[in-house]
Design a protein around this ligand. Structure first.
Ligand code: COI
Length: 354
């Protein structure tokens, strides 16, 4: 694929790597790819980072045809930069596009666009422990039209943000509120894709949880409000005895790439991982009896984050005595070790950008 590159003439100063926050700073360039019915996906370009001029009738503003991905680039000990399983993001984006009636972007075009952008903005990849270059690919419907239908024009863009930990808590366990009033997804809906609408609809629950002093919401299934599904920005795992449970990704749960990688690692270490519906009542009962020994979330932004408290119907389950669990720590160390090139990448997950 030919990518036309226009380099910035006014590079920005780099932020303080010891105080990056998450998703606050943006690099010097962005990748753009355009779609029209006549030309298909075309005109791949990298241009200086900056605002878009958009028609107020653009369909994304009215009917929410929008979706995104989250991925990261990491520095390697030899001075290189590598991506974690970028083809999986391209594949998930394709399934998201399908659900939203957006024409798919070929996997190699998606991956090459991300690689070229990260290569050009390589000096923005932070090197402080716990930091990385967060990459945000995104598609929006740009046709100016007010009838409800799939747009005939789209813009796919990729921006990058040098970022620190997603949670202020870092690797200290987070407190999670189990939501019973609002739901996130229902069968047949969009729970399994990464569209902005899912996140917009989750904000009321998240704000409620914040007001009560919790970092995030654990969503229950939308039909029975009984089975645990996922947390706002991550998939969730529960260790009961030697078995580790996580919700199946059958329609209402995001098929997380960190989730699938953690399942692979856990299985290779001899743990039984069950992708099964798990009732919140059973979890709370297990916690009461001391059987719920670890809870952790996984996600690109969140990496592997320990959960220390679950609040459900005013009962609080305390997990792990306020400390990160053994399996959670091992997963965090192994995954970040592979991503930073400090441990052997025996699964072939890492992809160099050059
Ligand atoms: C990610 O982990 O990449 C996400 O997209 C979660 C969140 C920041 C929306």
């Amino acid at each position: 694929m030919q990518i036309a590159i226009t380099q910035t003439t006014t590079p920005k100063p780099k932020p303080d790597e010891t105080n990056l926050g998450f998703g606050v700073h943006y690099t010097d360039h962005m990748f753009l790819l355009h779609y029209t019915k006549e030309k298909g996906w075309h005109n791949a370009e990298i241009v200086p980072y900056g605002p878009f001029m958009m028609d107020p009738a653009s369909m994304v503003f009215h009917y929410g045809q929008e979706c995104f991905e989250g991925m990261k680039a990491y520095p390697t000990p030899s001075g290189g930069v590598q991506l974690f399983r970028p083809e999986k993001n391209a594949q998930r984006m394709a399934s998201t596009h399908q659900r939203l009636c957006i024409p798919e972007i070929p996997e190699e075009v998606f991956v090459e666009g991300v690689k070229q952008l990260v290569k050009l903005d390589k000096s923005w990849v932070p090197t402080q422990p716990g930091t990385s270059l967060y990459i945000r690919p995104c598609t929006i419907a740009t046709e100016p039209h007010l009838g409800v239908k799939a747009s005939d024009e789209y813009l796919f863009f990729v921006i990058c943000s040098p970022s620190g930990a997603y949670y202020q808590e870092g690797l200290n366990p987070v407190k999670i509120y189990v939501e019973e009033e609002y739901t996130r997804a229902a069968p047949g809906g969009t729970g399994f894709i990464k569209c902005g609408g899912n996140y917009g609809a989750s904000l009321a629950g998240q704000e409620k949880a914040h007001k009560l002093g919790y970092s995030q919401v654990l969503w229950l299934d939308g039909v029975h409000r009984r089975y645990v599904e996922e947390v706002g920005s991550m998939n969730c795992f529960f260790k009961l005895g030697d078995t580790i449970y996580t919700a199946p990704t059958s329609g209402t749960v995001l098929p997380g790439i960190t989730r699938m990688s953690c399942i692979d690692l856990l299985t290779s270490w001899g743990y039984t991982v069950k992708e099964e519906a798990l009732a919140i009542d059973d979890l709370m009962a297990a916690a009461r009896e001391g059987g719920l020994t670890e809870v952790f979330g996984t996600g690109t932004a969140a990496v592997v984050s320990p959960v220390g408290q679950l609040c459900y119907k005013e009962e609080i389950a305390h997990i792990g005595g306020g400390k990160i669990g053994e399996v959670t720590q091992r997963l965090y160390d192994t995954l970040t070790g592979i991503q930073w090139g400090l441990l052997p990448d025996t699964n072939g997950w890492m992809v160099p950008v050059e």
